[in-house]
Write a protein that binds this ligand. Structure first.
Ligand code: NAD
Length: 472
C-alpha cells in the first residue's frame, strides 16, 4: 500500500469512528459541552501558553505579546462567550404558529450537523483553528481539523492540545498540505468550515458539492479604508498602522489600501510614517515587535508586487526593501500605484500600504463597487452623512468606523465575508448556528383544521379553502 493510500485509509478510519460516535456527542447537554470548552480554554490560556508563544515566534517571528493578543485572547474570549451563552443557545426556540395550523405548537431545535471538517490557514494558526472548533463543540459536532502546513510548529502544538483533550472519535487533527486537504475533502463530511484564499475556497466548495456538504468559507480579498477630510488623522494613522503592519500585514482583515481625501493625503502619509517609526523604530529589522513574512515564496510574491508597481510608475513614500533570507520586508507606504498593477489586482497580505488621494467621495465608492465585495471596509470620518453614504452604497463582510480590524474581537457580531470574500458567518451565536441544523419541529396537540379541507373537494370544502386563502 502506498503512503498516500495508507494516509487516506487512516482518515477514513477516524472519519468512520466519528460517524459512529456523532449521536453520543450530539446528545450531550450544555454542561458537558461547556466543560469541554472550558478545558480547551485552560489548555490555551495556561498549559500550552508558552508552547503557543514559542511556536508563533518560530513560524512567524511574532512577538509573544502579539501572540497573546491575536492568538490566545480571541480564542479565550470566544470560549468565554460560548460558555456564558451555550445554555440559551441549546434551548429549543419557541416560534409562533399561524392560525391556519390551529392546534399545533412550533419550535426550532438546533441540532449538530454531525461530522465536520475545519481547514485553517497559517496567518493566525491557533485563532483560526480553535475559534471555529469552539463553535463546532458548542453545537455538538465531531470534528477533524487540518491546520496549515506553512506553520508546522504551530500545527504540532495544536496536535498536542487536541490529542490531550479529545478522543479521536470526537476531535482529531491531521497535519499536512494540499494532499492531506484533498484526501480529506473526498470524505462525506456534513459541514466544511474553510478559512483561506478565495481561489482555494472554490476548490473546497466544488469538493463539498459532491456530497452536498454545507460550507462556511472565510475568505480574503482587498479590504479598503476611506479617510475623509473630517477624519482625526493622528488616530487614523495609529489604528491603520497597527491593523496593517501587525503580523507583518498577513491579516485577512488588514486595510489593504487607503483612499484619503486629497486635502489630508500628505498629513496622513507623514502621520503613518511617524507612527511606523514609533511602533518599530528607525530600523524595523531589529525590532522584536515586527513580525516576519511566513516564507520565501510569500516574500518573493510581495517584493514582486512592489517592483511591478514601481516599474509602472508608483512612488515609495517609506520602505520598499527587504531581506529574503530573513523573510523581512520594510513597512512600506506607496502612492501613485496603477490600479492594474499586481499590488492592486491581488490581495497584498503583507506590509505594503498603497495610498490614493481622492477629491469626491464618489471616487472611492465607485472604485470599491467595481471590485469584488471585500471582507472588511473601514471608514475614518466625523461626518455622519459621509459615513452613511459609504455604508449605504457599498457592500462588505464587516465594517469599522474610526477603527479597523477590531470587529473581529466582538463575539456578538457576525464575522465573515460576502461572495468572493466568503460565505456564512462565524463567531459567537453565528458560529454556533453555522455548525447547527435549524430543525423545525411542529407538534400537533389538537385535531388539525386541515382535516376539514381534505379530498374529496365538495362545495363546502372548496369554500373553506377559498376562505383560508383569503383570510389566513
Ligand atoms: P490557503 O487557501 O492557501 O490555505 C488555507 C488552507 O487550505 C491550508 O490548510 C492549506 O493547506 C489548504 N489548501 C491550500 N491549497 C489547497 C487546495 N488546492 N486544496 C485543498 N486545500 C488546500 O490560504 P493561506 O495562504 O493559508 O491564507 C491566506 C488566505 O486566507 C488569504 O486570502 C486571507 O485573506 C485568507 N484568510 C481569511 C480569513 C477570514 O477569516 N476570512 C482569515 C485568515 C486568512
Amino acid at each position: 500500500m502506498s503512503a498516500a493510500a495508507r494516509q487516506s485509509s487512516e482518515f477514513e478510519r477516524v472519519f468512520r469512528l466519528q460517524k459512529a460516535n456523532q449521536y453520543a456527542i450530539g446528545n450531550t447537554g450544555w454542561r458537558t459541552r461547556r466543560e469541554k470548552i472550558r478545558r480547551l480554554r485552560h489548555a490555551i490560556e495556561v498549559d500550552f501558553r508558552d508552547a503557543i508563544r514559542e511556536a508563533c515566534l518560530k513560524d512567524l517571528g511574532k512577538a509573544p505579546a502579539e501572540t497573546d493578543l491575536t492568538e490566545v485572547f480571541p480564542v479565550t474570549s470566544e470560549a468565554k462567550h460560548a460558555s456564558r451563552h451555550i445554555r440559551k443557545w441549546l434551548r429549543p426556540e419557541r416560534v409562533a404558529t399561524p392560525l391556519s395550523l390551529f392546534g399545533s405548537t412550533s419550535r426550532i431545535k438546533y441540532e449538530p450537523k454531525g461530522v465536520c471538517l475545519i481547514i485553517s490557514p497559517w496567518n493566525f494558526p491557533f485563532n483560526l483553528t480553535f475559534g471555529p472548533l469552539i463553535s463546532a463543540i458548542a453545537a455538538g459536532n465531531c470534528v477533524i481539523l487540518k491546520p496549515s502546513e506553512m506553520t508546522p510548529n504551530c500545527a504540532s502544538v495544536m496536535r498536542d492540545i487536541v490529542g490531550e483533550l479529545f478522543d479521536e472519535n470526537e476531535a482529531a487533527i491531521f497535519e499536512g498540505g494540499v494532499e492531506v486537504s484533498t484526501a480529506l475533502l473526498e470524505l462525506p463530511f456534513n459541514h466544511i468550515f474553510f478559512t483561506g484564499a478565495p481561489s482555494v475556497g472554490k476548490i473546497v466548495m466544488t469538493a463539498a458539492a459532491k456530497n452536498l456538504a454545507s460550507v462556511t468559507l472565510e475568505l480574503g480579498g482587498k479590504s479598503p479604508t476611506i479617510v475623509d477630510e473630517t477624519a482625526n488623522i493622528k488616530l487614523a494613522a495609529r489604528m491603520i498602522a497597527w491593523g496593517k503592519f501587525g503580523n507583518n500585514g498577513q491579516i485577512c482583515i488588514a486595510p489593504d489600501y487607503v483612499f484619503v481625501h486629497e486635502s489630508k493625503h500628505d498629513e496622513l502619509a507623514e502621520a503613518l510614517s511617524r507612527q511606523l517609526v514609533e511602533f518599530y523604530g528607525a530600523e524595523p529589522e531589529t525590532s522584536e515587535s515586527y513580525a516576519r513574512i511566513v516564507n520565501q515564496r510569500h516574500f518573493d510574491r510581495i517584493i514582486g508586487y512592489i517592483e511591478d508597481a514601481v516599474k509602472k510608475g508608483a512612488k515609495l513614500i517609506a520602505g520598499g526593501k527587504g531581506d529574503r533570507e530573513k523573510h523581512f520586508i520594510e513597512p512600506t507606504l506607496i502612492e501613485d500605484v496603477p490600479v492594474d498593477s499586481e499590488l492592486m489586482t491581488n490581495e497584498i497580505f503583507g506590509p505594503v500600504l498603497p495610498l490614493f488621494p481622492y477629491r469626491n467621495l464618489n471616487e472611492p465608492i465607485e472604485f470599491i463597487e467595481s471590485r469584488e465585495k471585500p471582507l472588511a471596509l473601514y471608514i475614518y470620518s466625523k461626518n455622519g452623512r459621509n459615513i452613511d453614504r459609504i455604508v449605504d452604497n457599498t457592500r462588505a463582510g464587516g465594517t469599522c468606523i474610526n477603527n479597523n480590524d477590531v470587529h473581529f474581537f466582538n463575539s456578538n457580531l457576525p464575522f465573515g465575508g460576502v461572495n468572493n470574500s466568503g460565505i456564512g458567518k462565524g463567531h459567537g451565536h453565528f458560529g454556533f448556528k453555522e455548525f447547527s441544523n435549524a430543525r423545525g419541529v411542529l407538534k400537533q396537540v389538537l385535531p388539525s383544521a386541515l382535516q376539514l379541507m381534505m379530498p374529496p373537494y365538495n362545495d363546502f370544502k372548496r369554500k373553506l379553502v377559498e376562505l383560508t386563502v383569503k383570510w389566513f
